[in-house]
Design a protein around this ligand. Structure first.
Ligand code: 8YV
Length: 315
């Protein structure tokens, strides 16, 4: 039997590429110089797409593959896949939830700890000799005992809140409804009210049209000059221009960000700021988690072609 033709939108590590190449005929879109010509050549044969959370698949790509049956995402976020186009055409979409939850929560909390205690600057202080020449490092802000707000108490938000409880933070959260499993934490439905409560506001929402710029100027100002915003979800959840303005004017204390509007391109305004921690969208970026994500992404494809139940179905 011939192997299914799968369009590969982006790079995967070799431990994923090899089994993909063994099971499927992979067509590497990301390596094609003339992407339109490549798509019109291979598109008619393609029945599956393998993509990543950050890359997704837009309508043009989907429509260039008239025999497309499944899109398998390496990542939990499916905001970059045109779900409306998939629904119209009866295309199945899978993702990789659960396996990355703890790593994403870890990085979110690590950024909060690192930025609040000024660890990056403190390391430089030691390395560049400032400790010996200038003396004690400038004082930073305490973490334990302060207030946290978790905007979106899904899988990742829940793990963030659990970790924050270990730092004796006063935890509140916002979601569509109060959660049974979050009895120790305060439910504050309104994002602005949540931000007023929070010294540390974590953005852990799945991105959608409803959550677009949910962290707007009002929310940012409610976090205020002593507060920090930590985003490990998607850039679209935050009004980036309003965030930059607030950070520059010090109406917002600081921000720790793993995601950016035009990533991997960065708005150069970020580089002028000393109150940000910037990370290259790598919250799930550990060997252990990326291997588990790769396996789940491949298993979803294999299950589809074997006519078996999908392991993690978005639609
Ligand atoms: C990955 C992600 O960084 O899970 C997601 O939605 O965006 C991330 O885990 C990405 O898919 C890997 O490129």
């Amino acid at each position: 039997m011939s192997k299914p033709d799968v369009l590969q939108i982006g790079y995967y590590p070799e431990w994923d590429q090899e089994p993909l190449d063994n099971a499927f005929t992979m067509h590497r879109y990301f390596e094609a110089e003339d992407k339109a010509a490549f798509l019109s050549k291979v598109g008619p044969h393609i029945t599956g797409i393998a993509t990543r959370g950050d890359l997704g698949a837009n309508r043009a790509i989907i429509e260039a593959c008239p025999k497309l049956e499944i899109i398998s995402i390496y990542g939990v976020g499916y905001d970059a896949v045109d779900l409306a186009a998939c629904k119209e055409k009866g295309i199945r979409v899978t993702n990789t939830p659960d396996v990355l939850t703890n790593d994403v929560a870890d990085l979110g909390v690590a950024m909060m700890l690192g930025l609040s205690r000024g660890m990056v600057g403190a390391s430089e202080w030691v390395r560049d000799g400032s400790w010996a020449t200038k003396g004690l490092y400038p004082l930073q802000r305490r973490i334990w005992g302060r207030k946290a707000g978790v905007l979106g108490l899904g899988r990742i938000g829940y793990e963030v809140a659990k970790r924050l409880a270990g730092f004796d933070l006063d935890i509140a959260y916002s979601d569509v409804t109060a959660k049974e499993y979050a009895k120790d934490w305060t439910y504050i439905a309104d994002p602005v009210a949540l931000a007023q409560h929070a010294d540390f506001l974590f953005v852990t929402l799945a991105a959608s049209a409803e959550t677009h710029h949910i962290v707007n100027r009002e929310v940012i100002d409610a976090v205020g000059p002593d507060g920090m915003i930590i985003n490990v979800s998607r850039a679209a959840n935050v009004d980036e221009a309003a965030l930059l303005d607030a950070l520059k004017a010090k109406r917002l204390g600081s921000a720790a960000l793993d995601v950016f509007e035009d990533e991997p391109a960065l708005n150069p305004r970020f580089l002028e700021l000393d109150n940000v921690m910037l990370q290259p969208h790598h919250a799930s970026g550990t060997y252990e988690t990326r291997k588990a994500m790769g396996k789940l992404m491949r298993d979803n494809l294999a299950a589809h072609y074997a006519d078996e139940k999908l392991l993690a179905e978005v639609i």
